[in-house]
Design a protein around this ligand. Structure first.
Ligand code: NAP
Length: 483
């Protein structure tokens, strides 16, 4: 496999082949502004060509036995393990994700495909006790799970390899074919994986990668009747638009959040500082479950703020390829400007910026803000930048009110030794998942994952994605008289 640094022109990937487009757009490093590659910009007709290829390949993959689908996924696991360092570099170069986190993402991607390989072998239905109804006596029956068809997968920039795996892995495990549209800033990781799948023996056309603008390629996928399902990870605004246009297509929407944690009065502050730093600042805060809001009980507020700010100031900011770097550039200058304007709004409205708050050498410094009004953007919208707010609360009940005062509901956490408080949080947090004694940023790749409110609908985590990507079919046998 050629290193990304030597590759200039990247074509579309359709039916197991590189396909040229009429137009190419330059791809720049978010950190150095260096031109990394020229990326094919598909139009509607090339997107349709990819859909046609996937439709044809569906006839192959849907009939392939489970053990063979599993073996292909196992082979991808093996190849990715061999090339983990190279794969991490691809992620870092296109997204400015610090290499330590890119390596972590590759390790997670390997796990995701491994789970998919295992899950391919255990997709099954259940027998139904038909004689439980008088009219069902004499019948036996069972359900089976059938692959849904061609899946349109649209992915974001922030985990360009593992979030692709969360769609491609379960789709192949369950016998579907895919047209994948990666984020415009991070097409290289997706194309890299397509190469590995080819090497692993995936039949041509099962995985197609169509690069280009979201509005052109995305819309072409959503509007095409041959696509049975759209699985989307990205911003709420785009996700809601997709849902509105999808009609009867199945949709899974994994959207954003402004995730929060509560620190109860009995929290051991020293034990949680590193974890909270990771939650708030890994990948520059560009994580859908990034720790954005911290509600600290008044008994621990001062100690936590002091130690958290000290730890923040020790983070190394710089070149994402440097193994010591913890924080690098945001995905674009526009995003940096937006984050700075939100910090400015907070300052203008009485919040205190304790550290960071400015951009140095093109990198937004990790920023800690206290005393933030809940109506300010850094609190009530998804910040998606290395910015965390810490507010003082008098009780867990008050903090739960703040956590739930949000348009989003992906994950939330509480640190407490009080069983009643833990139970109250688990019962009342309006989210897809509750973390007791952890930050909301916790995720492993087989757990059910997804949100409520504007954080989306449907669940990922291989087994759960397989459920979304298959249709339940019932078979009933009449063993009595034929009529
Ligand atoms: P985004 O701007 O919504 O883009 C996501 C994908 O949608 C990209 O491939 C984009 O293509 C495409 N797109 C844009 N406009 C479209 C349209 N009209 N129709 C169809 N597709 C369209 O999101 P992002 O900035 O890449 O990612 C950040 C967001 O993703 C955050 O909100 C984050 O919380 C969320 N996220 C959620 C999860 C989760 O599991 N819940 C995980 C990670 C990220 P272009 O790049 O070409 O515009």
């Amino acid at each position: 496999m050629t290193s990304v640094r030597q590759v200039e022109k990247k074509h579309l990937w359709i039916h197991g082949l590189e396909v040229e487009a009429a137009k190419y757009a330059p791809l720049y490093s978010p950190y150095s502004d260096e031109r990394i590659a020229e990326i094919a910009m598909a139009d509607e007709s090339l997107t349709k060509k990819a859909i046609e290829s996937a439709q044809e390949a569906f006839q192959v993959i849907s009939k392939m036995p489970a053990f063979k689908r599993s073996a292909i996924l196992e082979k991808v696991v093996e190849l990715l393990k061999e090339r983990a360092d190279e794969a991490a570099e691809v992620i870092t170069i296109e997204s400015a994700k610090p290499i330590i986190f890119a390596k972590g993402e590759v390790a997670r991607t390997i796990e995701t495909y491994k789970f998919a390989a295992e899950e391919a072998k255990r997709i099954h239905g259940e027998t139904i006790p038909f004689d439980a109804a008088p009219g069902g006596v004499g019948r036996i029956g069972y359900t089976v799970r059938k692959p849904i068809g061609v899946i349109g997968a649209i992915t974001p920039f922030n985990f360009p390899m593992n979030l692709v795996a969360h769609k491609v892995g379960p789709a192949i495990a369950s016998g579907n074919s895919i047209v994948l549209k990666p984020a415009s800033q991070t097409p290289l990781s997706a194309l890299y994986m397509a190469g590995l799948f080819k090497e692993a023996g995936l039949p041509d056309g099962v995985l197609n990668v169509v690069t280009g603008s979201g509005s052109v390629v995305g819309e072409a996928l959503i509007n095409d009747d041959r696509i049975q399902m759209i699985t989307f990870t990205g911003s709420p605004a785009v996700g809601i638009g997709i849902r509105n246009k999808a009609g009867l297509k199945k949709t899974t929407l994994e959207l954003g959040s402004n995730a929060a944690v509560i620190l109860d009065q009995d929290t051991n502050v020293d034990q949680i500082i590193d974890r909270c730093i990771m939650g708030a600042f890994s990948n520059q805060g560009q994580v859908c479950i990034s720790l954005q809001r911290i509600y600290a009980h008044e008994d621990v507020f001062d100690e936590f703020v002091k130690k958290f700010v000290k730890a923040t100031n020790q983070l190394k900011v710089g070149d994402p390829l440097d193994p010591e770097t913890y924080i690098s550039s945001l995905i674009s200058k526009k995003e940096t400007e937006r984050a700075l304007s939100w910090i400015e709004e907070a300052k203008q409205n009485g919040a205190d910026v304790l550290t960071g708050g400015k951009c140095t050498n093109g990198i937004l410094e990790p920023t800690v803000i206290v005393n933030v009004d809940p109506m300010l953007k850094v609190s009530c919208q998804e910040v998606f930048a290395p910015i965390v707010i810490i507010n003082k609360v008098q009780s867990v009940e008050e903090a739960i009110g703040y956590v739930n005062h949000s348009r989003y509901g992906l994950q939330a956490g509480i640190y407490t030794k009080n069983i009643d408080h833990a139970l109250l949080a688990s019962e009342t947090f309006e989210v897809g998942a509750v973390m007791i004694n952890d930050i909301p940023t916790f995720r492993v790749d087989h757990m059910p994952y997804g949100g409520v409110k504007e954080s989306g609908t449907g669940r990922e985590g291989i087994k759960y994605a397989v459920e979304e990507m298959t249709e339940l079919k019932l078979v009933v046998w009449n063993r009595g008289e034929m009529s």
